[in-house]
Design a protein around this ligand. Structure first.
Ligand SMILES: Cc1cc2nc3c(=O)[nH]c(=O)nc-3n(C[C@H](O)[C@H](O)[C@H](O)COP(=O)(O)O)c2cc1C
Length: 372
């Protein structure tokens, strides 16, 4: 029996299997609104066979967007557009649906698709904010140091977007606290040189993450899940370490956070990335999972069904995020299920792909009914 295709409970939420399509920015939005592309792209991923699809990093405020082409969830129009889109996709998609809520912090106001190509205010961009007035590198602008009032406002933006995600009907929200964006930069001693209660010691650097976690858990139903994407390491001397992130994961678990997605990097230009071989971040998930007791999702170069199966079977992660391999093969999870003998299959309208109708091709099962 495949472990990858076993159900998993995240708090009160049950996923049909442990394959996740993680968030992937499309840079196709205008004014934070989804484009027809989003419906087509996400609709395809919604019948990929993955138990969970997480919508791309979505700005909790206008200045929290990586670029002007990011999705946003900070006004009524965006909420209405995402509600309509998700409801249409769910007509056919049996997957559970999450959304990643993000504030880009000092890495905001970029050209879409590539970084660092900052867009200054005179060209329609804005001055980004961060924990300290320290630029990511000489190619990035110096952010404005956030006041305590601005930090409270940022926490409130996460809360308001979470309430919007609740009304839209998402099953899960994931907070982007990795890759050098706002929360990640507060966590990292490289970006955070504050001398107040948000800087210095690990508990201080964790304070923003914990405030966001507590405030979101208060407004998000217990029957649905909240996760955090974190950096297992900054890949640089003096940056956040796996030991520190394990402490963060323990604290998040105590706040009622259901899982962490373990990624890495993005806080400093001088980072020394390891060779990006298959599963290069799995050991970070393994360490954090065992050290903190929280459920984890691993991401990064998970390419093959048997590789994903082994990660879950060996207890190195509870879920496996398959990003680019699913872009390349949007039926990645269905093909993995066939290979591993999991109980999922193609949507009804693709009945011609059954063994009876396509001799020689392995039998597939019908996908379970779409959610209401
Ligand atoms: C096109 C693209 C957009 C991405 N956007 C996001 C994002 O919005 N939020 C995030 O946390 N990670 C983002 N990522 C990172 C992926 O979620 C994933 O962690 C990374 O691609 C490694 O997994 P892979 O090797 O399976 O692609 C993005 C990756 C890609 C390829």
């Amino acid at each position: 029996m495949s472990k990858l295709f076993e159900e998993i409970d995240l708090g009160g939420l049950t996923l049909a299997n442990r394959v996740v399509v993680p968030p992937m920015c499309q840079y196709m939005a205008a004014d934070g609104l989804p484009a027809p592309w989003h419906e087509m792209h996400l609709g395809t991923l919604g019948i990929s066979g993955a138990g969970l699809v997480i919508v791309e990093g979505t700005g909790v405020s206008e200045i929290g967007r990586i670029s002007a082409a990011d999705l946003g969830l900070y006004n009524d129009e965006q909420e209405a557009a995402l509600t309509a889109m998700l409801s249409r996709i769910r007509t056919y998609s049996p997957a559970k649906w999450g959304i990643q809520l993000a504030h880009a912090g000092r890495k905001a106001s970029n050209e879409p698709f590539d970084a660092p190509y900052p867009v200054p205010p005179e060209k329609g961009g804005w001055i980004p904010v961060g924990p300290s007035p320290i630029a990511h590198s000489d190619r990035w602008p110096t952010p404005t140091e956030m006041s305590e009032a601005e930090i409270s406002q940022a926490v409130q933006s996460f809360v308001t977007s979470t309430q919007r995600a609740d009304r839209i009907g998402f099953d899960l929200v994931e907070v982007h606290a990795a890759h050098g964006y706002l929360i990640s930069s507060f966590l990292s001693p490289i970006a955070n040189k504050r001398t107040d209660g948000y800087g210095g010691s690990l508990p201080n650097r964790m304070r923003l993450a914990i405030e966001v976690a507590r405030a979101m858990r208060k407004v998000w139903p217990a029957s649905r899940a909240i996760g955090f994407r974190v950096n297992g390491t900054d890949w640089i001397e003096g940056g956040i370490t796996v030991e520190e992130t394990t402490e963060l994961a323990k604290a998040l678990r105590e706040c009622g956070i259901d899982y962490v997605t373990v990624s890495s990097g993005g806080n400093a230009r001088g980072q020394k990335l390891p060779p990006l071989v298959p599963g290069y971040q799995v050991y970070l998930s393994d360490r954090i999972r065992k050290g903190s007791g929280i459920k984890t999702m691993t991401v990064g170069m998970v390419l093959q069904a048997r590789q994903a199966e082994a990660i879950v079977a060996e207890g190195k992660a509870d879920m496996v995020g398959v990003a680019r391999a699913t872009l390349d093969d949007p039926r990645w999870a269905l093909h993995a299920a066939q290979e591993l003998g999991g109980e999922i299959g193609y949507p009804k309208s693709l009945w011609r792909l059954s063994a009876k109708n396509w001799p020689g091709y392995k039998i597939v099962h019908e996908l379970p009914e779409a959610a209401e």
